[in-house]
Design a protein around this ligand. Sequence first.
Ligand SMILES: NC(=O)c1ccc[n+]([C@@H]2O[C@H](COP(=O)([O-])OP(=O)(O)OC[C@H]3O[C@@H](n4cnc5c(N)ncnc54)[C@H](O)[C@@H]3O)[C@@H](O)[C@H]2O)c1
Length: 325
Amino acid sequence: MVQRVELPESLDGNTILVAGAAGFVPSYVSEFYLKLGARVIGLDNFITGSRSNIELLSKYDKFEFHECNIYESLPDFSKTKIDYIFSLASPASPIDFKEIPLEIMRVNSEGTRFLLELAKEKKARFLEASTSEVYGDPEIHPQREEYVGCVNPIGPRSCYDESKRFAEALTMSYHRRYGVDTRIIRIFNTYGPRMRPDDGRVIPNFINQAMAGDDITVYGDGSQTRSFCFVTDLVNAIHNVMFSKDHTPFNCGNPDEYTILDTAETIKKFLTSESKLAFKGLPEDDPKRRRPNIDKLQSVSDYEPLVSFEDGIKQTAEYFQSLSK
Ligand SMILES: NC(=O)c1ccc[n+]([C@@H]2O[C@H](COP(=O)([O-])OP(=O)(O)OC[C@H]3O[C@@H](n4cnc5c(N)ncnc54)[C@H](O)[C@@H]3O)[C@@H](O)[C@H]2O)c1
């Protein structure tokens, strides 16, 4: 029998640890739980995160922050009750894969292990943020959770893809060996305000090029596809998974699929930009098709992405505009 998600009305009295709180997605997750009444403890070493996100979260009385590198050590939590742990601390953009591959591998392996040990000690529920990259360049489409992937273990993206696969294996091992109450999400491309404008991912690239009137860089012929989820929709999916009863992975994203060419044209139209398209060679191991199958999450919850692509792009463009003022 399918066990339905039961969402709490309030988390007052609960403590939530968010690893990576200064980052794009984790800052929204932190804010969501602060608004639900929880005490939120954020951890970050700012390798890709931003101090302005911590300033924003610090406006909430129940937010507490520790600057630390989670693969070296965690703060002393011996006297702290912790109910939920979100393992969200990992750089996630292709620029990072080139510049900080070892930091990525360490945070997803050693960092995840520290957080799992803490979950075991505190009897806290633990959620690992994995990624659609565990599917690699997929041979089946759209990707369902049972698909085990097609990943190049030595390619330029492997520091990320393989360390996330390891993080999933570690999470399942803590669940099987020690009974830790774990959840795993596989996040598909997510975008929105608070992304780094220069992080190299397709939406910030296209928006910033379109707003500046510069050429929009399309890699390959632009026929490769992606699905884009607005960040508040992702947070809603993450919340549903945390309160599901299932330890195996859930895809989280928006199944609307666009070619890269369509994405560029659509962004130009939404932002009434005169930019032209400029084509460049396809990077190595670039996935040809990406679209989540979210039937599993929808079979246990009422999850539905709500923010349209147009609205999401406009909100993100306004954010990037506000940065340049
Ligand atoms: N954004 C997406 O489209 C996407 C897609 C798939 C998976 N994810 C996953 O979601 C999570 C958040 O991604 P994001 O896009 O918000 O990235 P992000 O880089 O904005 O956030 C990650 C945060 O983790 C922090 N961090 C990294 N290493 C750390 C360490 N050793 N110690 C302490 N803090 C550390 C960074 O400083 C940053 O603030 C990551 O686990 C990522 O792999 C994101």
